[in-house]
Design a protein around this ligand. Structure first.
Ligand code: 4NP
Length: 149
């Protein structure tokens, strides 16, 4: 199975989701390929936001070698699922022509299908910590129920 995590910038939320998923895949020897990308091209080739790197590191996960990339409606057709962080990401993918049946909000795997809030303008690490915990819970559920809806 191939899962692509998608947010706006690919420097805050989706690299966290990718890092958490990579960690679970490695530890549990799952046959799942994961990657992440942004709907925008604002942070291409950039490392994740320093605050995401720090929060992930505090949880034992190194995301410092990930680099930003923009989703392509031509190249990124082969993914089984596009796991988006919020409604805006979903709208953007639909506008690019991606298959609606393959687009699922990460919050679907949490308690109440909430958007994962964009933490970019947060002033401290507390918000990033909240976002990490929300993403971690949802990614664990996603991988454990193998995307059964
Ligand atoms: P992300 O957060 O979508 O979780 O990576 C953002 C990163 C950068 C910007 C917005 C959101 N930005 O406006 O540059």
């Amino acid at each position: 199975m191939k899962i692509l995590f998608v947010c706006l910038g690919n420097i805050c939320r989706s690299p966290l989701a990718e890092g958490i998923a990579r960690d679970l895949v490695a530890k549990n020897k799952l046959d799942i390929i994961v990657d992440s990308c942004g709907t925008s091209g604002w942070h291409i080739d950039e490392a994740p936001d320093r605050r995401s790197i720090v929060v992930a590191k505090n949880h034992g996960i190194d995301i410092s070698d990930l680099r930003g990339r923009q989703i392509s409606p031509y190249v990124d057709l082969e993914w089984d699922y596009y796991i988006v962080m919020d409604e805006s990401n979903k709208r953007d993918l639909l506008n690019m022509g991606f298959d609606e049946n393959k687009i699922i909000k990460l919050g679907h795997f949490g308690a109440d299908n909430r958007d994962v809030p964009d933490p970019y303008t947060y002033r401290d690490l507390e918000g990033f910590e909240r976002v990490f915990n929300m993403i971690e819970t949802c990614v664990k559920n996603l991988l454990s129920n193998k995307l059964k809806k």
